[in-house]
Design a protein around this ligand. Structure first.
Ligand code: FAD
Length: 327
């Protein structure tokens, strides 16, 4: 088939235009060695393993790199999303506009025996922190060993387990305001209640947290308690499949969200690649090839069924990032 001259010109112009369109390239955060990368899949950054591309992504290692990254986003007029380990977020298949900042390489944990406190960076892994404390014979954070998040995420979510939570041991958190100003907030300032804080949905970024612990115990004993907590979690929760932990907050009253979902007959219920776990009904697992929309639809389905059966409105604990269909 031969194309007319005019058609050929149209096709050639379109090809030339596409070639001309500047492809987004990696750039350096001004004044640092830290790279800002375009189009990074959020599926690689979240424990549910779903989500489209972050328009821009950066993983600072220091407070200075974080401040410079925020400065860059400000100068480009871009919205900012911060994630830690991504273990409590559902990111849209359409991705996220602006700059996604991942804190997981901002790590340190400084134990101060005089004050019995540990000062940690936002990206410090909670699991590693629990083990570090146990190895030193410091008690008070054994409960965190099964929570695969960062300190920053825990401060925002008031993460907790086995009857203890972040608010119980937090002394203070350092946060950055949108204009890059550092502030120190107390647990009272953070308005803590069950799995919530005023930081959720705010534009304050946690950069450091200090916890009060109890040094001086036998490290063998603390390690044994920590190991037992982890074992208990492994045997009752589906750690072998991608998830975000408990999807819903437990409602007030004796009946937990998992019990309500199980009694509604939803264990094993599946939409696309997303399934209500058979091991723990408050977990939705990605059993292979799930999309964020599958998970979102399943969350709504479960919520509606529980509402119809028990007249209880379950509230998602997982943070929803980006655009989803109006259900
Ligand atoms: C297998 C499994 C088990 C789990 N078990 C538990 C449990 O027992 N108890 C529990 O409480 N949770 C549990 N979770 C959920 C999750 O691990 C916690 O909520 C954790 O604290 C989230 O930390 P993160 O770093 O992954 O935060 P992300 O998921 O990355 O972020 C959570 C929210 O915090 C914001 N955020 C993250 N870092 C910062 C920061 N530095 N500054 C400002 N905002 C920030 C994000 O924007 C998002 O809104 C579990 C998850 C999984 C996958």
């Amino acid at each position: 088939m031969t194309l007319s001259y005019q058609t050929r010109r149209v096709v050639e112009t379109a090809i030339a235009k596409r070639a001309e369109k500047p492809k987004k390239q990696e750039i350096y955060v001004p004044g640092t060695n830290c790279q800002i990368k375009p189009q990074v899949p959020l599926a690689h950054l979240t424990s549910l393993r779903v989500g489209g591309p972050a328009e821009w992504h950066v993983a600072p290692r220091t407070l200075q790199e974080l401040q410079a990254s925020l400065g860059w986003a400000r100068s480009e007029g871009l919205p900012v999303t911060m994630v830690g380990a991504g273990s409590n977020v559902l990111a849209s298949d359409r991705g996220l506009p602006g700059l996604t900042i991942c804190t997981r390489y901002m790590r340190y944990a400084e134990f101060d025996p005089t004050l019995s406190q540990v000062k940690t960076a936002a990206g410090q892994s909670l699991v590693r922190l629990a083990w570090k404390a146990a190895e030193r014979g410091w008690e008070g954070i054994e409960w965190a060993v099964g929570i695969p998040g960062t300190v920053g995420g825990a401060v925002v979510m008031n993460a907790g387990a086995h009857g203890a939570c972040t608010a119980d041991i937090l002394v203070e958190a350092k946060v950055l305001s949108p204009l890059g100003v550092l502030k120190t907030l107390s647990p009272e300032d953070l308005g803590y209640s069950y799995r919530t804080s005023i930081l959720q949905g705010s534009d304050l970024w946690v950069v450091e947290a200090t916890f009060q612990l109890r040094p001086g115990a036998d490290s063998t004993k603390v390690k044994a308690v920590t190991e037992a907590q982890l074992e208990r979690r492994r045997s009752t929760q589906p750690y072998h499949l991608p998830s975000c932990g408990s999807v819903f907050r437990n409602p007030l009253g004796d009946r937990g969200a998992g019990w309500l979902i199980e009694q509604t007959g939803l264990k094993g219920y599946q939409i696309g690649g997303a399934r209500v776990s058979e091991l723990h009904a408050n977990f939705i697992v990605n059993c292979g090839g799930a999309t964020a929309e599958d998970i979102f639809r399943l969350i709504h389905y479960v919520r509606d069924k529980v509402q119809n059966r028990w007249s209880i409105a379950l509230e998602p604990e997982v943070r929803i990032l980006g655009e989803f269909p109006d259900l």
